[in-house]
Design a protein around this ligand. Sequence first.
Ligand code: ZN
Length: 228
Amino acid sequence: MDYERILVFGAHPDDEFSMAGTMAKLADQGVKVFVATMTNGNEGYPRPEWRDTIVEMRRGEAAEADRVLGVARRWILDVEDMALALTKATLKECIRIVREARPHAVFTHGPHDRHGDHLATHTVSVQATWHAGEPVAAELGEPWRAPHVYYYKSCNLPLPTVVFDTTGYAHKGAEARATQVSQHTLFRRTKDEFLAEAERLKRERPAASERFWIVETNALADFLPLQG
Ligand SMILES: [Zn+2]
C-alpha cells in the first residue's frame, strides 16, 4: 500500500466503510485518500418525512465520515439511488474523476452482489479506470493509468488477495458508521452503540486486517517478486 494517492469507488455514501481501517491508516501516513460515491443515496430514508431532505442529510453525514477517515476529497455523483447503470454520462463523469484524482490505486466493488447499484458501480468504475488511461475523450482531462486496481468487497473469483494490517484502526468502521444517523434504522444500531463499540475497539486495540482482491494483472506482477 505504498501509494501517494488512492481512489475508492462506492455505490452509496457508506459502502467504502468496508475498508475504513485501510483508508484511515493510509490517510495518517500522508496518502491522499479520495472517494467517488456513485449515487446520491436519495432512497435511503427509513421515514417518509425524510424523503425531501435525505440527500442533504447524507451529504452532511458523508462529510462527517470524511473527517473520521481522513478523506481528502469526495465526489458524489448526481445519480439516483437504485438507478445506477452503465450510461455514457456516468462513465464520462468517472473518467473525469480518475483523471483529476490521478490515483496510484483504485479500489472498487467486486462483481458478486445482489444490489444493482453495487454491480453497476463495479462495471462503471472498472471501465472508467481503464478508459481514463486511454488517449480518448480529451476534454475530460489528461489520460491517467492507475497502476493497481483492487476489489474491496463482493468478489467470489479465485483472484489473488493482499491482506493489509489495520491494527490500531479497527475502531474506524464503527466510528464512521456512527456518523450515518439516517442509516441507523437499516444498520439496526444506534449512534451510541456504534460509538461505544468504537471506544471499546480503540481501548482493546485488537489485531485487525482488511483483505483486497488484486484485479489488474500488472498489479499482480508487482507482487510476484515478494513471493520469490
Ligand atoms: Zn451500498
